[in-house]
Design a protein around this ligand. Structure first.
Ligand code: FES
Length: 350
């Protein structure tokens, strides 16, 4: 060793990574629970539509289809709480190996589903997280400050010690350490529930527009759309006068015009594919509609700050053309047909 240099334990060099993983997992769980739309069907960030997008054409999709998609609320809440628990355990170095195994498994599942369509593969974060967890699966928190070491000091001899130590006797140092470990585990569980509860309470209620598709027999005069664009009809929001054209017989009513004021977007279910689509009311009252399935990795996009935004990796699209304006999406959003008639918006199956 050269003079003037200080030897650092190899394990200690991994401490910043463990801290980062812990903080990031807690943040990811809190972010989900504090998102008002996460558990709200029809919202841009609704977990149910995200899961369908993740399962679409990915090798891990059958796992989501079997276990998560039938129970989206349980899956969404479960993932958020598990992320917080894993993050806390990793941060404090308690049951570090088990936390790392859980984190690696979760990121591997996300790599095989949510990030599967990311090209090139290293642009998706989940494969990086998989390998970031790996050292802690192999060595735990060896060589780092961690609660595991406090617990380990007492655990190997506890059973025999308990046999030798008669009931009512003062606990020895091993028993004390074991009790301390139980207290830590209990505290970590309580902290997970407390953080999850606070995050869930902080989310408020979802207030964004949601349009629900339903078959309608209403067929009156008005404007019709093609290639994703519809001029405003005689609606209370469009401001234009009625035009003489009819709503196609196979059109599906997705909601009242009043639910979509100028400058807002709303998610609805495509009548042909059941996939999420997004319809946007432009400032001149006209409507544009596109597939809401992000072309990057299948997340459901939303509309905010005058652009279409993907919540997963920050992809953005032009709200009038669907063209990519930023981020990793490789292709524009597919246009959809909508029309407006008699105060209602209709989706036209393609
Ligand atoms: S899924 Fe990655 S940007 Fe949309």
């Amino acid at each position: 060793m050269r003079r003037g240099t200080t030897a650092i334990e190899p394990g200690l060099a991994l401490l910043p990574l463990r801290m980062f993983l812990g903080v990031t997992f807690v943040y990811a769980g809190v972010q989900k629970l504090s998102d008002p739309g996460f558990l709200h069907p029809g919202a841009p960030t609704y977990i149910g539509t995200q899961l369908i997008g993740f399962a679409n054409g990915s090798p891990g999709g059958f796992i989501l289809t079997t276990f998560a998609i039938p129970h989206p609320l349980v899956a969404g809440l479960g993932v958020a709480v598990v992320e917080i628990a894993i993050g806390l355990l990793a941060f404090f170095g308690l049951m570090t190996r088990w936390a790392a195994i859980g984190g690696l498994a979760l990121n591997l599942l996300l790599f095989l589903t949510a990030s599967w369509h990311t090209t090139p593969y290293f642009l998706g974060p989940d494969i990086v997280f998989v390998f970031a967890w790996l050292p802690f699966v192999i060595t735990g928190a060896e060589g780092q400050p961690a609660l595991d070491h406090v617990a380990r000091r007492g655990s190997p001899a506890v059973a025999s010690r308990m046999r030798l130590n008669p009931a009512g006797a003062e606990p020895g140092p091993e028993e004390t350490a074991a009790l301390t470990r139980r207290a830590f585990v209990g505290a970590a569980g309580a902290a997970t529930l407390a953080i999850a509860g606070i995050a869930a309470l902080a989310k408020g209620s979802y207030s964004g527009p949601t349009l629900n598709a339903s078959r309608s027999s209403s067929r009156s005069s008005g404007s019709s759309g093609s290639n994703g664009h519809a001029s405003a009809g005689a609606s209370d929001t469009g401001g234009s006068t009625s035009q003489a054209s009819s709503v196609p017989a196979n059109a599906v009513k997705i909601g009242p015009s009043s639910q979509l004021p100028k400058g807002q977007g709303a998610i609805y279910r495509d009548p042909s594919t059941s996939q999420p689509d997004i319809v946007i009311r432009q400032s001149d009252g006209s409507l544009d509609a596109f597939s809401a399935v992000c072309t990057h990795a299948g997340c459901t996009v939303g509309y905010e700050s005058s652009q279409i935004v993907c919540p997963c990796h920050g992809g953005t699209y032009d709200p009038t053309t669907g063209q990519v304006t930023g981020g990793p999406p490789p292709a524009p959003l597919a246009p959809k047909k909508v029309t407006e008639q008699g105060g209602a918006i209709y989706a036209i199956p393609s």
